[in-house]
Structure formats: C-alpha cells, structure tokens
Design a binder for this molecule. Sequence first.
Ligand code: ZN
Length: 404
Amino acid sequence: MKYIVLVGDGMADRPMKELGGKTCLQKARTPHMDRLASEGNPGKVRTIPKGFDPGSDVANLSILGYNPSKYYSGRAPVEAVYRGIKLRPEDVAFRCNLVTLAGGGRRADEIMKDYSAGHVSTKEAQLLIRDINKKLGDKNIVFYPGMSYRHLMVWRNGKEKIKCTPPHDITGKKIGAYLPTGEGADLLRILMEQSAEILLSNPVNKNRVKKGLFPANSLWFWGQGRKLSIPVFRDKYNLSGALISAVDLTKGLGICAGFDIINVKGATGYIDTNYIGKANAALKALNKYDLVYVHVEAPDEAGHNGDIKTKIKAIEDFDAKVVGTIMKGLAGFKDYRILLLPDHATPVRIRTHTDEPVPFVIYDSRVRHEKKGYTFNESLLRKKKIEVFDRGYKLMDYFIRKKP
Ligand SMILES: [Zn+2]
C-alpha cells in the first residue's frame, strides 16, 4: 500500500465579488482534483487549533499527525533543522526576513512595503546576510543565510517570550505598533535599526535601487522558538516516508519526522517552481518509500501578494502538473491512497493566513466510489455526509489506518 499526501499551500480562500462570489479554487479549472473529490471521500479539517497563529508550521505539523498543542515550538527552530543548524536547549532561533520598509523619517512611522524585499534573489540575499553577520554577529548572535528573503538568527542563551509579528501580516502598515516587545525585545530592535544602515550601504542594494527593484533595507525577526523534538513517523505508523518541498519550513518538519528530503531542481517556492519535476520525483520516490508528502508553496505566495489571477494560475498548475501527473503515474501502482488538501487558507483579500477549516479528500484506489459530481473547493465544507476533524492532527491516523 502506498500513501501520497498532496498539499497546495494556502489554496483555500473566501468568495470574492471579482470572481462572481466564487473563491479561487471554485474559479480555477481543476479537473484532476475535482475527480478525486467526486470519486473520493471528502471532508473538513481544522489544521490550525484554536488559539494558534495560522502558520504553515502549525498546519503541516497537524497534517503530519502531530498535535501542535503538545509539540509546537515556533517556526524558526524547524527551519534551522533543515539548514543543519545545531540548536542547544538554551538557544532561541528567530526567522529573519529581509524586508523593504518605506517612508523614511521616524522608525515607527516607516511602512512595511514588502515582507519579501521584492522576492530578493537568494544570491543577493546571502551576500547581504553575510555582511550583516560580519558587522552585527558575535558569539551570542549568529546570522545564517537562507533562501530568497528567508534567513535565520540564533540567539545563544536567548529570550524566547518576545512578542514578534510576521511581516506578511502587516503589508502597507506603519511598523511602530508591530516592533518586538517584551523581555529581550530591545536587542532585536537595536539589531533591526543597525541593519538598515549596513544594508543600504551594501552594493547589492545600490544595484537593486538602480534597477528600480525594492531594496532589502531592514531585517525583521519573528517565528522564534527552541529546538523542536517530536517522535519519528516510522515509530508511529511503521511506514517509511519522504518529503518534497521547496521551503525550509516543511523540509525541516520532514526531517524532524524522520523523513528523507528529496530536493528537486528548479523548485523555487514561488509560481515559477518546477511542478512537473516535483510530481515525477514523487512517483519515483514511491518505488522506495511507503509515504510521500508533496508540498507546493506557490498559491500561498500569490495569496500574500493579493494577486487573484496568479493564485488561480498557481492552483491550475498544481492541479494539472502535480495532481494530474501523479494520478496518471499512479496507474503503475496497485494499492494506493491519496490525501489532498490545502494546509490553510490564504485569502487574497486580506493577504495573510486564516485558521478556518479547509476541505480535504481521501481517494483509495481499492474502493469503487460512485461519482458524486463534487468539485474540490470550499463548497465541500457545506456538504452533509462528510468526515469532520476538529483536531486536524487526527486526520493522518484516519488516512493511514482507515479500513477501505
Ligand atoms: Zn502554508
């Protein structure tokens, strides 16, 4: 028996008048996901427990079968795992975004122009972060270059209980009310202020400004926590697993769960990602592993950018190039099960994540399902006879252990 988990990050959304009251999933052409919804077992799942910030870390931890209330310890420690950064128990890891602030003048009056510094390239960003580490790093504060705008800072013997805000939640807003607060916040504020001068004087940014691109002119800290420790997936389900994703977060979660990480060339975590490459890598991996987890980031990025057209395109590409390719390739396997779902909603209108339940479908190759004419979108949430998981981390149990 083979298991495939297909996660379209942030695919879920809310009805929009621009789409005639439809959502992006409803508007998008998705014949493959619709077939799974029609012939499979649809349901509703709350991947973000009440009271938790609706992040991909919490959502994918739930989908992997781990109770966030028991195990969740912040986003950055998970990304650190993937970057191979060894965290000691007393260390605190922080996500460190390169962002673009605008407005000048008093710091508090500056505006969060772009949480991704215009999706700065990894090459440019790593030059900037290395410069920052040289000038602001020391034996207690270390900066680790990552991908595009996503980097890490580890504070040895650091303070964890600082209130930080994800920058993608405050696009277009004055930053004053969202600067770090609480014990240890002063140090973060000083680092952010000192970073501005260093970043702006760096030739990388001078070049970006000349080309009319957003300068990466400030660091922004959030998503902090201490080392994550969870029981490995194999011990729970006696199944081997592999994970395919472009983003450090999900890859870090995969490593914590004891999965092998399969890196796919051209997987960018953005709308230009190598969808087909990811699907083919998944099919190949199914020859070796019992379960393969495929995560695609693109719809979420489009949601954060408030871009309806691009989100619909990302969903259609996910359907055709990932789901479609995998469904065709699975013909070569006898018994298999597919779990398809968004990890959470990233409504284009509000450009950030929300914690409302999302639709899922489980398709079992051994079960002959009558065609119900369903389509894969939020309308499934209102169907009568569907499975409902208020505790999202229970869904994996059901997916693995449910009798056909
Ligand atoms: Zn997500």
